[in-house]
Design a protein around this ligand. Structure first.
Ligand SMILES: Nc1ncnc2c1ncn2[C@@H]1O[C@H](COP(=O)(O)OP(=O)(O)O)[C@@H](O)[C@H]1O
Ligand SMILES: CCCC(=O)OP(=O)(O)O
Length: 363
């Protein structure tokens, strides 16, 4: 059978998306929704491997997609060691880091594992593209203010890079000649200044910056220290407060922007206060990162699921339009970005990077 297709896999906290591509054309796509009770059965993210792999295999079978028709499998990359952006071959060393969660637990850790699992079965290469651990920081951005702690680049790199390239193509410029501030506004929020194509800083989508639908972002430090030592909460409970049950969820009991807007439209003033506060924090962070670029910003890009909300976009624009033209790309196209990353290598435009030669293996 002719090997024609690329299979892209994007594991998220509540779903696994799979898409089949023939060159640049997305032929089929499927979102497998996972019930919370189902995922709660697994102690660690890596433990979900067989469960999610079998669901993908079932889908392939239902769609009559034979593994021998695939050229490559590509997955969303996870919380690996700090690494340059690009397309990476999934190696055994990388798999070990994904399994232990070298920089923490995240659903995207399964992307490389699932890609390699299927790639090995079909005897074809497996890749990851622009994982959430891409680190292009300026050295000064790493300094936190406490000697034992470094600031980390944990970022929605795949979508941020994809929309930055999209804007550059739209205005016929080379991204290397552009400065942008990109705000990925999803369940978690990443806001990054991009200087000549490099993401030189970011808030850290897991624990700093603005609050998001399910995360607190940065919090008043003294109060957090007191809560940690109050004896009222376990480590895991505190972690869940910061990521998973923080942000909109902690105030309003929902992490769905649409539901919050329904409540606002019905006159709920408290929901409006909280939603407006999220917009306020996002605008403030975009302002801060514009100063990183010394105000030389070609465009500000707002993207991710929350960018579908015209209410939120207008609130944010009011605060930042004085800096640069604002461009809104609602949603994300991570499947397309994964496929494009794999194709660049398969079609010989780029060489696949080797994880163990790009990262600090002793770090
Ligand atoms: N039309 C909309 N209006 C307001 N919020 C929306 C809309 N569409 C999606 N969202 C919100 O966007 C968030 C999810 O964004 P998304 O980029 O899909 O995140 P993730 O991939 O991190 O789960 C959720 O809070 C969702 O409710
Ligand atoms: C760890 C940075 C990327 C991230 O937070 O992704 P999700 O929003 O998909 O959890």
């Amino acid at each position: 059978m002719e090997r024609k297709y690329v299979l892209a896999i994007n594991p998220g906290s509540t779903s696994t998306k799979v898409s089949l591509f023939e060159e640049n054309k997305e032929l089929k796509t499927f979102k497998i929704d996972h019930k919370k009770q189902e995922l709660d059965n697994y102690k660690r993210i890596a433990d979900q491997y067989d469960y999610r792999l079998n669901l993908i295999k079932d889908w392939l079978q239902r769609e009559n997609i034979d593994l021998s028709s695939l050229r490559a499998v590509v997955g969303r990359g996870g919380l690996l060691r700090p690494m340059p952006g690009g397309t990476y071959i999934v190696s055994d060393f990388m798999i070990e880091d994904l399994k232990i969660g070298i920089q923490g637990e995240h659903a995207s850790n399964l992307g490389g594992m699932l890609a390699k699992g299927l790639g090995d079965l079909a005897d074809i290469p497996s890749f990851i593209v622009d994982p959430v651990a891409v680190d292009e920081f300026h050295e000064v951005a790493r300094i936190s203010g406490l000697n034992e702690i470094s600031r980390k680049s944990l970022i929605h790199a795949l979508n941020i890079k994809a929309v930055a390239h999209r804007r550059a193509n739209e205005i016929n410029k080379d991204l290397k000649d552009m400065n942008l501030v990109v705000a990925h506004l999803g369940g978690g929020i990443s806001i990054a200044p991009i200087e000549n194509g490099k993401m030189i800083d970011v808030n850290n989508a897991k624990e700093m910056g603005p609050f998001s639908p399910d995360r607190t972002g940065g919090l008043p430090m003294g109060d957090i220290v007191k809560m940690c030592y109050s004896g009222k909460y376990t480590l895991n409970e505190m972690k869940l407060k910061v990521q998973g049950e923080g942000g909109l969820f902690s105030y309003l009991g929902t992490m769905d922007g649409r539901e919050v807007e329904d409540r606002i439209n019905q006159g709920d003033k408290y929901s409006k206060l909280i939603y407006d506060a999220m917009a306020y924090q996002i605008g403030k962070e975009i302002g801060a990162y514009s100063t990183v670029l010394k105000g030389k910003v070609d465009n500000i890009i707002l993207t991710g699921g929350l960018a579908y909300s015209s209410y939120l976009m207008e609130k944010i624009k009011e605060m930042i339009e004085f800096i640069a033209e604002v461009v809104v790309y609602p949603g994300e196209d991570e499947m397309d970005a994964l496929n494009k990353g794999a194709l660049r290598v398969i079609n010989g435009y780029e060489e696949a990077k080797i994880y163990e030669t790009e990262v600090d293996i002793n770090g």
